[in-house]
Design a protein around this ligand. Sequence first.
Ligand code: 3H9
Length: 703
Amino acid sequence: MTDAEKQLVRREARGNVALILIDNPPVNATSQGVREGLAKAIAAAGADPAVAAIVITGEGRNFVAGADIREFGKPPLKPALTEVLNDIEASGKPVVAAVHGVALGGGFELALACHARVLDPQAHVGLPEVKLGLIPGAGGTQRLPRLIGIVKAIDIAGTGRQVNAKEALGLGVADAIADGDLKEFATDFARGLVGKPIRRASAAAPAPFDQEEAKAAIAAIDKKARGQISPRIAGETVLLAAKLPFSEGLARERATFLELLASGQSKAMRYAFVAEREAPRAPQIEGVAPRKVARVGIIGAGTMGAGIAVAFVDGGFPVSVVETSAEAAAAGAKRIAAPWDRHLASGRIGAAERAAKDKLVSIGSDLSAIADRDLIIEAVFEEMPIKQETFRRLGAVAKPGAILATNTSYLDVGQIGEASGRPGDVIGMHFFSPANIMRMLEVVQAPKSQLDAVATGVSIAKRIGKIAVVCGVCDGFIGNRILAHWRPLVDMMVEDGATPQAIDAALENFGFAMGPFAVADLAGLDIGWARRKRLAATRDPALRYASTIADRLCELGRFGQKTGAGWYVYPGGKRTVDPEVTALIEKVSAEKGRMQRDFPAETIVRMVRAAIVNEAAKVLQDGIARRPLDIDVVLIHGYGYPVWRGGPMFEADAIGLEHVLADIEETHAYAGDGYEPARLIVDLARDKRGFADLAPGEAERAA
Ligand code: 3H9
C-alpha cells in the first residue's frame, strides 16, 4: 500500500480476523483511493494464511455515507465500486460489515456485498440515491431484494428513507445488533462464521411476491415524487431482480445509473445538495466567530413562538418563554406541549423523553425571566409599533451582548433594532411555519447588525437542524418578496379566464406540493386581507390590483380551510371546486370588464417561473441575497420549489437566460408595471451567460 492509501484504508490484525478500516473524512465516501485501498486490503487479507475472517468498518462518525458526490460528473476512475464489491462478495473467507452512524448509498451497498452485517444500535442504513436524482449503482437494487424481498426493497430504494438498526434487524438486512463495542462484537461474529457456508446475497433468489403489490408500491412512490423520475426507476430496477440473473440485473442497474447521472434532474439535485450545505457559509461572515448561546428566550407563544420554542427544546436548549398574561402563558404552554404529546401518543418518543422536554421549558408573563438569556427571539404580532415596543423593553432587560432577534416575515429589521437602543445586537430570524418542522431560516442582516450577531444566527440554525440563508433588509426578505411579486400574477389570470383549480393543477404538475390557491386556503385568507387593508393607502395606483376576488371571499367569511371554505370547499376534508366561487369570479371579472382568454398550463407555468426568476434577479441586484444559490435554497426549502429542478436560478440557467428573458417580456406585456425585466438578466442574456457565471458582487454592480 502507498502512504495515501494507508491513510484511507488500513488493515489491523485482531487474532485471526483482519479488521479493514475506512478512514476518509468527513463521511468515509468511497472515493477512488478508498475503492483502491479496499480492493487491495481484501486481496491481501484473502491471501494471508493467518486471516480466517474479515471485518470491514469505518473510522469517525459513520460507516460509509456513499459514493463521493464530488467525483460525479468527472471521468470515472478505476476501480469501479461494483467491481470492488463483487470481489468482496466473492471472498472465500467470511466478510462482516460492522456498521455505525450511517451506511448510505454505496456504503450500504458495500455492507450488502459483505456476507453478514452487524449494526450499532444507533446505526442507520439506506439508499438515498433517489434524493440525488440517481438510483443505486453498485448492486443495491439487486442485492437488497434478494435479502429482504422485492416489495420492501422497492420501498427502501424508491423512497431513499433511512432504516434504523431495529428495523434493519427485523427486515433481515442486519444479522445482529452489537452489544457493547462494535468492533469487538463484529470480530467475534466474524470468527463465529468461520467454517460455515458463506451467504452471498447475489446467489439468493428473491422471495416470491405479489406482482400487483409491487406495481402498486412503485405507482405510489411515483405519485409522491411529483415529476421526479428516479424513484419510479429505482423501483422498476429493483423489480428486475425477480426477472434477471444477478449479473444481468447488475449491468442494467449500472447502465441506468450512468444514464441518470447525466440527466438534468440529477444535476439539479446534486447542485441542491451542495447549495444547502454552502448556504450557511455566507461570504460576509467567513471567519467570524459566533457568540456563545447556551440559553434561549422567546417572546410570544402564539403559533410561531410556540413552534420556535419546540424547535429549540428539540435542539436541546433550555428555553424561557414570556407571554403577556398568565392566561396567554397557559394557552402557550399547551401549544408548545402539543407536538410532544402527539409524539408520545404515537410512540415516537417515550415517557422519559417527553418529561425531559418539559424540564427544558419555562413559561410565564414576567419579562425579567429572559434577562440572563444569550439569545432572545421575539415572535409577537407582525405590527411595527408592537415590535418596536417589545424591543424597547428588551433593550432595557436583556443582558449585555445578548442577541436580540425578531421573527418578522416582512418588517424592517433595522427600524426594529433601533428601538432596542443596541441595533448591533439585533438580527432577523425569519422562521417558516410550522417553525418546529420547516427547515428554512432566513437570517436577516440589518445595516447595523454586527457580523458576529449574524454569524450567531447562522450557527444556532445548524444546531437546531435548520438551513440558514443570510439576507439583507427589504420588504419580505428573499422568499416573501419573491412570493409577493408572483402571487398577484395568478390572481390576474383568474380575473382573466383561468380557474384557480387549473392554476393549482398546473403548478402542482410543475412539482410544487400545493398550488397557490390551495396554499392560501391552508394559510388563511384573512392574513393577506389584513395586509392589503393596511397597505391600501400606500398602494401604487399604477399597479394592477387583482385581489378583488380574494377580498370578496374574505367579506363572505371564507378564510380558507379553518372556516371550511375559501377558494375551495372541503367536504369530508377533500379539496373541492365550489360553484359559488366560480360564479363570484365570473361576476368580479365582468364588473371589472376583464377580457377572458385561455391560459394553457404551459403558459401559466412559464409566466410564474419567469416572474419568480425576474424578481429573484432583482433580489440579487439589490444585494438582498449575495449568491444565486441562496435564492434556490430559500425557494426549495421554504416554498416547495421542486428540488429536482434545482431551484429557480439553477433552472433558469439550464433553460438559458435568453429564453427566460423572452418569458419575462411576455409576462411584462401581460401583467404590466412592476414586471419589467431585471437589468441583470438583460445583461447576462445579452452576454450569453448565466447566474452561475456571476462573480462575487457583480450582480449588485448591474443594478
Ligand atoms: C451513491 O452512493 C451512488 C452509489 O450507489 C453508486 C456508486 C457507483 N460525498 O451533510 P453534512 C460531505 S450516491 C462527498 O453537512 P451531517 C458534505 O458535503 C451517494 N461528500 O453532515 C459535507 O461537506 P462540507 C449516496 C459528502 O452530519 C460533509 O460531508 N449517499 C458526501 O449533517 C458533512 O456533511 C448520500 O446521498 C458524499 N456522499 O450528515 C449521502 N456526503 O462540509 C449524502 C456528505 O465540505 N450525505 N458529504 O460541505 C448525507 O446524507 C449526509 O451528509 C450525512 C451526514 C447523513 C452522511
